[in-house]
Write a protein that binds this ligand. Structure first.
Ligand code: GUN
Length: 285
């Protein structure tokens, strides 16, 4: 049987370290706080935002929830970001994506101060990641690295196939893996011979958003598989469940796999909190 990498337990452990860092910051007179901006009423975003704010509370991080109507207009959102950028009591700013039609997400993300960009989506932080210098790293890739670190000691020369080229997961995780001197192949929907490429990999990071894309025969014996997919599927009886990008029941021959749910997902939020603490710590210097 493949070992299951327990994202919930690892997220709990990271949460404890974050709570300790929060206590130290508070003792030094800094109350770390995250501003979460939600525009409109996208149902999935509502759930994510509620969860992020709840986890902040548990870790002792202040949360400032800012809601704008879907038709607020881009300028109102940019003005809000300017206000949050200028507020010394706000250490992290997160604008929940996707944004309603008519708002240019790139312009919005560009407006967030790189020092408060706890999502790591600002071009300055993207640039720092790609040059291996110190910035804020996107949460899901950061969480994936912590999960991988629990089963891999030395990445040098490993063949790693990333499936998906998104700005949120595929591209940044590839950069982090390159920093560790892995040989990284970034693949996507147009990639030819994807099963063959995957089968040659020591590690697969599946972030395509395609349920059960990665089948057993795609995975070589002893490989490590990180499943980033979270697709909500409705069964014929009306019950809904979350399905990953990997057919995990076919992966007994893998060395280790992340479950869905309970793998990457909990780590993403834990890393958001840890990024907020990092931003607060850096605000002191
Ligand atoms: N929507 C889906 N994933 C994310 C994320 O990581 N950050 C933000 N801000 N919005 C998202």
């Amino acid at each position: 049987m493949a070992a299951l990498i327990d994202g919930r337990a690892m997220a709990r452990a990271l949460g404890e370290r974050t709570a300790q860092a929060v206590a130290t910051l508070k003792a030094d007179g800094v109350d770390p706080a995250l501003a979460v901006v939600l525009v409109g009423h996208d149902p999935a975003s509502e759930i994510y935002v509620r969860r992020k704010i709840g986890e902040c509370r548990k870790a002792g991080i202040g949360s400032i929830e800012k809601r704008l109507a879907a038709d607020c207009g881009e300028q109102a959102l940019l003005d809000l970001i300017d206000t949050l950028n200028a507020d010394p009591a706000v250490h992290g700013i997160l604008v929940q994506l996707p944004l309603p039609a008519g708002i240019d997400a790139a312009r919005v993300l560009d407006r967030i101060s790189p020092a408060k960009d706890v999502d790591g989506f600002h071009p300055v932080n993207v640039g720092r990641l790609s040059t291996g210098s110190k910035g804020l790293v996107p949460c899901t890739p950061l969480g994936i690295m912590l999960l991988l670190d629990s089963v891999i000691e030395d990445y040098r020369g490993l063949n790693i196939v990333v499936i998906g080229k998104s700005n949120i997961v595929g591209k940044p995780v590839a950069m982090l893996l390159l920093e560790r001197e892995a040989t990284v192949t970034v693949t996507h929907i147009e990639t030819r011979n994807l099963p063959d490429l995957a089968r040659a990999a020591d590690v697969i990071v599946a972030a395509a958003g395609a349920p059960h894309l990665v089948r057993g025969y795609w995975v070589k014996p002893g490989a490590v598989v990180i499943d980033v997919g979270i697709t909500r599927m409705v069964d014929h009886d009306g019950a809904s469940r979350i399905v990953g990008d990997c057919a995990t029941h076919e992966l007994d021959h893998a060395k280790a796999v992340t479950p869905v749910p309970g793998g990457v997902g909990p780590m993403t939020i834990a890393c958001l909190l840890s990024n907020t603490v990092t931003a607060a710590q850096r605000s002191m210097s």
